[in-house]
Design a protein around this ligand. Structure first.
Ligand SMILES: [Zn+2]
Length: 164
């Protein structure tokens, strides 16, 4: 089974509601929030429709095909293909990394920041990052998906030493 390098996802997950309902109209102010890198914690009550927003940007990895910074609004993974074990880290769990099984390829449907329906085909690191971020929207961390709780969780310091 393929084991990829550590995943460090520098995206901003924002869980507003667990609902899968879609929204169709976005105000310019909303677009401003999801297109800026800072997401304020206040002022989100103005949108009546429940929304789930994740932003995925893997463009810093040169070896990964990417679409730049992708705003996923109410994302829904509709197809999964293949499985791979990969090492993941998370800003919510800064001291640990862990081995997690994810689909290698996914098809993802969502709205973009302009309210347009989008379908993305993702694979490899990008697919892993999207699945990781969508898990956040559903209240899950990579800790909830460890291959094994006893053997697949690593203190980040020890992991770094091993890499040297
Ligand atoms: Zn995370």
């Amino acid at each position: 089974m393929k084991v990829s390098r550590s995943v460090s996802v520098d995206t901003v997950p924002l869980a507003l509601s667990p609902s899968m309902e879609s929204v169709s109209v976005f105000e310019p102010a909303f677009r401003g929030i999801v297109t800026s890198s800072v997401v304020p914690a206040t002022g989100l009550k103005r949108w009546a429709a429940p929304i789930r927003v994740a932003i995925v940007d893997v463009s810093s990895r040169k070896d990964t095909i990417n679409n730049g910074r992708v705003v996923l609004i109410n994302p829904d993974i509709t197809k999964w293909g293949g499985f791979a074990v990969g090492r993941e880290g998370c800003m919510s769990v800064p001291d640990y990394t862990g081995n997690v099984i994810r689909a290698e390829k996914i098809t993802l449907e969502c709205l973009d920041e302009m309210g347009q329906r989008r379908t993305y085909e993702m694979e490899g690191f990008k697919a892993r990052a999207a699945q990781h971020e969508i898990d956040h929207l559903d209240g899950m961390l990579f800790l909830d998906r460890l291959v094994s709780r006893s053997g697949d969780l690593f203190r980040r310091k020890a992991y770094k030493k091993k890499e040297e």
